[in-house]
Write a protein that binds this ligand. Structure first.
Ligand code: ARG
Length: 606
């Protein structure tokens, strides 16, 4: 009979969840155990534990009883959900950090935490900093991003790939994995033949003098025109490709010069946005492509198809083109060689590809082919296509500039800076901040709002790029959240405290959790770990944005109801509630961690 994976709980966990691990995760374990004990014959009973919908009734709730009763009924056994709930409650192991379990309605089990867990967890947070959830094992993870293409336009899609890839890398690094950020730069392929041939014609002394290719776009268009119109040029272009692929130094030099033009442009954008990824371009895999083609051929996996050699990964999808009819390789070939390198040489156990959703089929076929070829064992390697939707303009059409071209990214970032600057002026910040502080705030705001607008949407969906929307100071925007953080920081400043003094105080003073709003805030703070765990499952970074927004909403409620610093009629400070300042500090610390994972800079003044 199918047994559930062991729900064994260690002695230490009985006392409280392992440091940093989520309360939700611990409760799930407890109820899983209770279900196993109560109904050993039910193998598919769902363990449903959630945050309580209404904090009046408890902090978390378990809703398994209803479904278990249904399962029993299906087996012809008499039962009612309340009875099931009763039985579960009696089988849940005793644990000190849950104050009470109550059955309500048709069979909900309301779980009320003991506030002591909040005291312990928050004082630890304040003294040691935000801790990541524990992981079973440190994994090597390849995150493939932003992977733009040389000579072709780098478009907003690559901006998304960069923003999303940077953030997921930060998250996985924070929880302790070995993350290889890899820029699968499109620096190889037949288009380089025509680019090189064109270069030789217009800058014949390129071997000795660096050619002034200012605009690679224009250069690309010119050579493409000649390629399409002039058969002699076309023939020469092909010869160049062959020379390049055999690594002839003269052609390699020309290729490097061309790549450098794009590379420099890309790097400027990435640097502005704090995006880092190590270049392993497609060219890196040339000899590995040759090897993998042989391997696939030997394994009898290639099929002849009108002169091409194809490989079927899935019968319900198109096949991979492994060798073109002219003998050349393709994007598919390069990904087969790449996946082999990542699994067998880089020892990756988890592969994440960050690209637009349009490539979904490509990655499905890639996974299937890699499994079929014995390159990847799906039991040992996890593969995710972290797909994202297209960026739309405010007219709901694919995002383009007025002239109709894909948006020039540098110009877009400049516009963001300009708009953020106006926003700060509008709020009179230029009167209060030093020019240096203002510049810092302006950059944090501009790049922060672009990133946040991207990350706060479910990545699968398309989203509308609108500076007006992202710079709104209400709602789930970076502007609102960054302001909130500076406001929280200023509370401590007002009371004459710094992070350091509060950290010291946290060792001896408990955070105050008696007021309902204090406890509500604490509970959200304790759910940070849960949120990270959820993201590692579905790679939805928007959960972190939703969490951040919820945290600041709950903070506002706390702040409106609970005085942190009391002043007399003359404005002199009368009372400082240190226990509450500690709650402010804990909130700021967690918010900062969230921003850091999202790749957004914070500022102390704004
Ligand atoms: N260069 C590709 C593009 O711009 C993305 C590459 C993604 N990575 C990969 N291993 N296929 O669409």
């Amino acid at each position: 009979s199918g047994k559930r994976p062991s729900g064994a709980i260690s002695k230490a966990e009985m006392k409280e969840p392992v440091v940093g691990s989520s309360i939700l995760g611990a409760l799930q374990k407890y109820f899983e155990l209770a279900i196993q004990r109560a109904y050993p014959d039910l193998t598919d009973a769902p363990v449903v534990v959630t945050v309580s919908g209404n904090s009046k009734f408890g902090d978390y709730q378990c809703n398994s009883a209803m479904q278990i009763a249904q399962l029993l009924k299906n087996q012809g056994l008499k039962s009612n959900p309340r009875e099931v709930a009763q039985k579960l409650v009696s089988e849940v192991p005793e644990f000190s950090w849950v104050r009470k379990l109550e059955i309500a309605g048709p069979g909900f089990i309301n779980i009320t935490l003991d506030r002591s867990i909040g005291h312990r967890a928050l004082s630890e947070l304040l003294t040691k900093g935000v801790q990541p959830p524990p992981i079973e094992r440190k994994m090597t993870i390849v995150v493939d991003f932003p992977s733009a293409n040389i000579a072709k336009d780098m478009h907003v899609g690559h901006l998304r790939a960069g923003i999303i890839g940077e953030s997921i890398s930060r998250l996985l690094e924070f929880i302790g994995h070995n993350v290889l950020r890899i820029d699968h730069l499109g620096d190889w392929g037949t288009q380089f033949g025509m680019l090189i041939a064109h270069l030789q014609d217009i800058f014949p002394d390129y071997q000795t003098k660096s050619p002034p290719i200012g605009d690679l776009q224009k250069f690309y268009k010119e050579s493409k025109k000649r390629f399409d119109e002039d058969p002699d040029f076309k023939k020469r272009a092909y010869e160049c490709v062959v020379k390049l692929q055999s690594f002839d130094p003269v052609y390699k030099k020309a290729w490097e010069l061309i790549c450098d033009v794009s590379r420099k442009e890309f790097q400027k954008i990435y640097a502005r946005l704090d995006i880092t990824s190590e270049e392993y371009g497609e060219s890196f895999y040339q000899t590995r492509m040759e090897a993998v083609v042989k391997e696939l051929e030997q394994k009898g996996l290639l099929e002849e198809d009108e002169g091409r050699k194809v490989m079927w990964g899935r019968k319900d999808r198109i096949p991979f083109t492994i060798v073109k009819s002219d003998g050349g390789f393709t994007y598919d070939t390069s990904d087969m060689a790449t996946i082999k390198f990542r699994i067998h040489e880089q020892k990756a156990e988890w592969l994440i590809y960050v690209t637009d959703a349009g490539q979904a089929t490509h990655f499905e076929v890639l996974e299937a082919c890699a499994i079929k070829a014995g390159i990847m064992d799906p039991e040992k390697v996890r593969m995710d296509h972290m797909a994202f939707g297209v960026v739309l303009g405010e007219d709901k059409k694919k995002f383009k500039t007025r002239s109709g071209e894909t948006v020039k990214l540098a110009a877009l970032l400049d516009e963001g800076l300009k708009r953020a600057g106006e926003k700060l002026k509008e709020k009179g910040r230029d009167q209060v901040l030093t020019p240096e502080e203002l510049k810092k705030a302006q950059e944090a705001l501009a790049y922060g709002c672009i990133k946040y607008a991207d990350l706060s949407h479910n990545r699968i969906h398309e989203y509308v790029f609108s500076f007006d929307k992202m710079l709104e100071d209400k709602g789930n925007t970076a502007v609102y959240l960054l302001y909130m953080l500076t406001r929280i920081r200023s509370i401590a400043r007002l009371a004459g405290h710094t992070s350091e003094t509060l950290k010291e105080l946290a060792k001896s003073t408990p955070v105050s959790l008696d007021h309902e709003k204090e406890w509500n805030l604490a509970k959200v703070l304790l759910r940070f770990t849960e949120t990270l765990e959820k993201i590692t499952r579905d790679l939805g970074l928007h959960h972190l944005c939703e969490y951040l927004y919820e945290l600041s909403t709950v903070f506002s409620e706390f702040y409106d109801n609970c005085y942190c610093v009391e002043k007399d009629s003359k404005g002199e400070i009368k009372v400082i509630h240190v226990g509450r300042l500690l709650l402010c500090e804990a909130t700021a610390t967690v918010m900062e961690k969230c921003f850091n994972i999202l790749g957004i800079r914070t500022v102390s003044k704004m």
